[in-house]
Design a protein around this ligand. Structure first.
Ligand code: NAP
Length: 419
């Protein structure tokens, strides 16, 4: 194709690509890990740019989602360890640069989010199998796209593929302020579940209320599960649990008859009383996203697509850092007071080679939106429930939740517009 640079002499020709493809022997910036260890082992280096072969897609990465699992893998604590050296990360969003033979579902120039990568997402370019690449709706920024992969797929799988949640049931999202929790609140609310959500900080609780939780509790308050029993008249039908080692024993006493706890996160051991399960015919279900089959993953992303496109699901970006600050992101994601996703940006100044190419118009359309003037800080720090912006409200929510500097309450209750 004119304007495209194909791979090395032995590489098969690319099916399609865009101008701006750097060609064989090109180097890109990437985070590389040469030994397992603390955040300091994340090094920004130059690495060979991958090439798209048959069935593969090369993505120019604009934003990268940081997940807790990235830190476990980096530390060498995860069940499966990658061969060293490696580039971390599975979640990102960007623009398709090239597709290999046989790829039909995306084309060069498409805006996409990726949920998995063959070469790692913490880089300027990521190589993916075609099944790992999904369309990114125009209304969502790249940073929001980077927040979709693991969190939304995990939340969806926990709620529906494991717990079998149905409309009208009550779900406790136990740890709702982070990546998976904010996704679970939105997905559950959209599916007609009554959502009780917990967060450990005031900001986190405001956020999950704005995302559609009917009731919001503080998980650092030792009595919060009593409140769950009181609110539900006996217990929640489903609990999506982010920190089972801290909570599972007491979760079982806050379940309704026939209730299900899905263990999404745990950082240690815990003691339970099995009689709490017997009394209720209740179940504890483990869930690992990596155990999902290809068909289950495809079903998840097929289900998420229309909800992302319609503005029903609005990924929440709490913090954006440059790719070079990956070590800091790994430290911060393990700290308390989550508020959506931490996202890394490979081109903080917007100087992607693709941005200078013929796809400039696509890139320009992704320029950060100005904050919505309706999103003002309230005087008293309370949520103004009278403010109901017209849908789609993606920009408003994004602007609200990424506002920096204390105090950071949101004046607009976004709850109504999420419905
Ligand atoms: P995250 O963005 O770092 O958020 C962590 C969440 O845990 C925050 O909402 C935090 O709330 C909450 N939390 C802290 N202390 C808690 C407590 N005592 N009780 C309940 N919640 C508490 O992480 P994430 O991406 O949402 O992931 C959450 C967990 O799920 C992590 O452990 C992660 O490894 C795991 N995970 C598992 C899978 C899987 O396939 N099973 C997939 C993705 C993630 P505050 O900060 O407001 O206190």
């Amino acid at each position: 194709m004119a304007g495209c640079v194909s791979g090395g002499a032995k590489a098969p020709p690319l099916t399609r690509c865009v101008a701006g493809l750097r060609g064989h022997d090109a180097l890109m910036k990437a985070i590389r890990v040469h030994e397992f260890g603390g955040p300091e082992v994340l090094r920004l280096e130059e690495a060979p740019e991958p090439e798209a072969r048959a069935g593969q897609v090369l993505v120019d990465v604009r934003a990268i989602g940081v997940n807790p699992v990235d830190t476990y893998v980096r530390a060498g604590l995860y069940a499966t360890a990658p061969a060293l050296p490696y580039t971390p990360g599975s979640d990102a969003a960007g623009i398709v640069v090239a597709v290999g033979d046989g790829v039909r579902r995306v084309a060069p120039g498409d805006r996409v989010y990726i949920a998995g990568s063959l070469t790692g997402a913490y880089a300027e370019r990521a190589l993916c199998s075609a099944a790992q690449v999904h369309p990114l709706p125009d209304a969502l920024s790249f940073a929001q796209g980077a927040a979709i992969g693991v969190p939304y797929a995990t939340a969806y799988a926990a709620l529906f593929q494991r717990a079998g949640a149905v409309a009208g049931e009550t779900v406790l999202v136990h740890g709702a302020s982070g990546g998976v929790g904010t996704a679970a609140v939105q997905i559950a609310a959209a599916a007609g579940l009554v959502v009780i959500a917990t967060a450990g900080s005031e900001d986190g609780r405001r956020l999950v209320a704005a995302l559609g939780a009917a009731h919001v509790l503080d998980h650092s308050d030792a009595t919060h599960l009593d409140a769950v029993r009181a609110l539900t008249g006996g217990g929640a039908d489903v609990i999506v649990e982010m920190l089972a080692n801290a909570n599972l024993g007491r979760d079982l006493g806050a379940l309704a008859p026939g209730g299900r706890v899905v263990v999404v996160g745990s950082r240690g051991t815990v003691e339970i009383d099995p009689r709490d399960l017997m009394r209720r015919d209740a179940e504890v279900l483990g869930m690992l996203l990596g155990n999902r089959t290809a068909d289950e993953l495809a079903a998840i992303h097929d289900a998420l697509g229309p909800m992302l496109a319609s503005g029903t699901l609005v990924p929440v970006v709490g913090r954006e850092l440059p790719l070079a600050a990956a070590a800091r992101a790994h430290t911060e994601i393990m700290e308390r007071n989550a508020r959506g996703k931490i996202v890394l940006t490979p081109y903080p100044r917007g100087d992607s080679p693709l941005a200078r190419s013929s796809t400039r118009s696509i890139v320009a359309s992704q320029a950060r939106r100005p904050p919505d003037p309706r999103c003002e800080l309230s005087r008293a720090g309370s949520i103004d429930t009278t403010c109901q912006p017209e849908p789609p409200n993606v920009a408003l929510i994004s602007a609200c939740v990424t506002r920096r500097g204390p105090p950071s309450p949101f004046s607009c209750s976004l709850k109504h517009s999420m419905k």
